[in-house]
Write a protein that binds this ligand. Sequence first.
Ligand code: B1M
Length: 221
Amino acid sequence: MTHEEILQGLYDNTLVGNAPEVKDLVNQGLEDELEPEKMLYDALIPSLEEVGARFERGDFFVPEMLIAARAMQGALDILRPLLAETGAQQVGTYVMGTVKGDVHDIGKNLVNIMLEGAGFTVHDLGVNVAPEKFVEQVQEHQPDIVGFSAFLTTTMPMFKANINALEKAGIRDDVIVMVGGAPVTQEYADKVGADGYASDASAAVRLAKDLIQRKRSLVSA
Ligand code: B1M
């Protein structure tokens, strides 16, 4: 099989949720020295975007989204150690979760993988995380950054609720707040008072490092 055929196979089989075939193709890609990032960004993510487009058009329903997501997760299980493998030095601590009311986690997990690869210690709180839980975990781990992911327009307002909860607990200024997720924009992040917004996992890592550096230089100035 050529690299192009493997990528096309990954795209097609993720689209129809054929998890065993997706796993086989990922393994075959690795055997043939196809880069993990290429499989992710040129096949798996575009395929999920097409799943979303079909869902919006009414051609796909929740079960189709679910099996496509499972196929993607199977691929990520194999790719995770390879994507995270950089030997980077410890750069900071991150508490991350998908906000209350939202169960999407593939994008969040991908950000976590990249953060770990860049040298962050990540405490992943999972999905459907209530504001009180974020507060409790920030108090416990005292991270440099807390990250809120939201993938639905209806759950984005939880960013503000989470920030309000941090304020109420008196710890808002102790931690950098980052937000992200498919429907989120810089404008929305500014509106709710977040310190940073990133559109994808690589941008999230760059921004996280940048925000930490800025905060540390302010403290030492
Ligand atoms: Co849902 N879903 N879903 N879904 N789903 C979307 C998000 C949707 C856009 C589909 C569509 O209509 N086109 C739509 C939201 C519309 C909106 O509000 N704007 C939608 C809907 C409507 C729903 C339900 C309401 C459907 C229903 O029940 N009627 C329901 C809600 C359930 C709930 O949460 N309460 C629902 C359910 C599901 C499944 C459970 C079936 C499944 C999720 C499985 C899982 O995650 N374990 C699912 C899926 C798979 C999708 C799509 C198809 C794919 C999402 C995905 O994984 N993308 C999605 C369509 C789409 O996104 N085009 C859709 C790939 C991922 C790598 O990208 O998530 O954007 P993304 O993550 C990126 C960035 O956003 C960023 O980096 C990531 C990596 O590059 N990022 C951050 C993420 N978090 C960040 C945090 C940061 C910084 C960057 O800092 C803290």
